[in-house]
Design a protein around this ligand. Structure first.
Ligand SMILES: Nc1nc2c(c(=O)[nH]1)N[C@H]1C(S)=C(S)[C@@H](COP(=O)(O)OP(=O)(O)OC[C@H]3O[C@@H](n4cnc5c(N)ncnc54)[C@H](O)[C@@H]3O)O[C@H]1N2
Ligand code: MOO
Length: 466
């Protein structure tokens, strides 16, 4: 019996955060690879090794506008004359080799003529033709006065210095940053193979909800969760969508969730997962063949979190544009959807997202190896004393502050004085898991252990970045 099976069989025993994360990780497998245009590939994980198709630069290249010369002609001299025999704009090729005492006027980026091995910038030249568009006789004598000795290779990038033909320059599954996209373009890779972006849909549920552009009637509130969660999902690499609000009716929920399970790789349902009579999400999911792997985690806020896996499916068609990184290759079997039932309280849903959904999205899109998930979890120090009460591990909103000015005191500053390394955070006074306004001032959550305790200034705590 697996850990998840056991937890489902004994509802009294809540999974720890680590156990729950392990269950999620076990079911979050990388999606298949698709070929997409460069403009669509940003932030996706590369799914093929990339080799240089030729040397770069492909020729010995001038790095300055100036005069290509044979450095041996200059020797140690700081002033000498050369005979300019040719002009080589970028995009052209030299027509001849340089003989002794000869030079070519060359533009930045142009190939050096054979024989040349250095460039003297034009700032150090007395050239009668400088500044003229016409009447530039060839050959002509030019006097050069380089400020430093002209050694071989100065102001030249030799062929293959950046990379040589056949060399592997990107190894999957690196994430395609802006810089790496440019590198792919420079290598002529116009349609890289990338791991497909997960498709995520947020399904907001609850009779009390109205959309942000509607006036809430008595007893009603605006749907805010869907927008936060969809944006967090986009930040984590998913292509996200928001479904219309679903009322607390089993039939409506079933239909909305059926459509969501059909389209998405990851379904986020918000609200309706805890213990109320109208918390119909678990039943609706079960009736659609979703296997619940856990429901409730030992955590505050965010305890009533549900995780399950949708029914097996085979899909032959893709409704997304084929060049979109969230489009699956036609005919591919799609893995079952991962389903998260996030608590309706806004902050509870956000904590649940950061702890469980975000790592799952990273695994699906193969963008995990960069350590993103781990590096988001910092160790911080408390800038103010904090009293924690509660029997669950608690994620408390906090913001970064400057290092506090610590004055010697008999009370509890020893630790802080010994090691004042930051970053420092200040836990915020908040009104609980419905308090989105306070969370909007926070940089993340400082983590407190279960049990009542007073944490002194300088106490070192884990931190979950927002
Ligand atoms: N008897 C019990 N009651 C509750 C328990 C429990 O274990 N036993 N758990 C509590 C905890 S902890 C939380 S968190 C909430 C979670 O409840 P649900 O996930 O069922 O969510 P709802 O009841 O539907 O809503 C809770 C709260 O959030 C507001 N909400 C819902 N959706 C949205 C949205 N899209 N945008 C903004 N706000 C939303 C909703 O109006 C409620 O105020 O349950 C406790 N109860
Ligand atoms: O655990 Mo709930 O998520 O307290 O708000």
């Amino acid at each position: 019996m697996s850990m998840s099976d056991r937890s489902a069989a004994s509802p009294a025993r809540l999974l720890t955060i680590a156990e729950a994360l392990e269950v999620v990780r076990t079911h979050a497998h990388p999606l298949e690879a698709v070929r997409v245009p460069l403009v669509a590939a940003w932030d996706c994980a590369l799914a093929e090794p990339i080799r240089a198709d030729r040397d770069s630069p492909p020729f010995d290249k001038a790095l300055m506008d100036g005069y290509a010369i044979r450095s041996a002609d200059a020797g140690d001299r700081r002033e000498f004359e050369v005979l300019v025999v040719e002009e080589i704009p970028a995009g052209t090729v030299p027509s001849r080799q340089l003989g002794q005492g000869e030079s070519a006027l060359i533009m930045t980026g142009a190939p050096l003529p054979e024989g040349a091995d250095a460039v003297v910038p034009r700032e150090w030249a007395d050239d009668p033709a400088q500044g003229r568009q016409t009447d530039r006789p060839l050959p002509r004598l030019v006097r050069l006065r380089p400020p430093t000795p002209v050694v071989p290779g100065v102001n030249v990038m030799v062929r293959g210095r950046e990379m040589t033909a056949g060399e592997q320059v990107l190894t999957p599954p690196v994430q395609l940053t802006a810089v790496r996209l440019g590198l792919l373009a420079s290598l002529g890779v116009a349609r890289p193979l990338v791991t497909r972006r997960p498709r995520l849909i947020v399904v907001p549920t609850g009779d009390e909800l109205v959309e942000p552009d509607q006036p809430p009637g008595p007893g009603r509130i605006r749907n805010s969760n869907a927008f936060t969660l969809a944006a967090l999902a986009r930040r984590a690499g998913a292509a996200s969508r928001i479904a219309p609000i679903v009322p607390d009716r089993l039939d409506d929920l079933r239909e909305a969730l059926r459509q969501a399970l059909d389209w998405a790789d990851v379904v986020l349902v918000t609200g309706g997962v805890s213990a109320g009579d109208r918390d119909l999400v678990p039943a609706a999911l079960e009736s659609l063949g979703v296997r619940t792997l856990f429901h409730k985690v030992h955590l505050k806020p965010g305890k009533p979190l549900l995780f399950g896996v949708g029914p097996e499916r085979t899909a032959a068609t893709s409704e997304a544009a084929p060049d979109h990184p969230a489009a699956f290759a036609p005919g591919t079997d799609r893995p079952p959807a991962l389903v998260f039932g996030l608590p309706g309280n806004p902050v509870s849903g956000i904590v649940g997202f950061l702890l469980f959904v975000q790592p799952a999205l990273r695994l699906l899109s193969r963008c995990e190896e960069d350590g993103t998930t781990e590096s988001r979890n910092l160790q911080v120090r408390l800038a103010t004393q904090f009293t924690h009460r509660g029997d669950r591990p608690t994620y408390h909103p906090a913001r970064f502050v400057a290092q506090p000015h610590l004055v010697p005191s008999p009370h509890g500053l020893d630790q802080a004085r010994q090691d004042q390394g930051g970053p420092w955070v200040e836990p915020l006074a908040w009104a609980g898991s419905a308090d989105l306004r306070t969370l909007a001032q926070a940089d993340g959550f400082v983590v407190f252990e279960p049990g009542d305790a007073v944490y002194p200034i300088g106490a070192s705590r884990p931190f979950l970045s927002l």
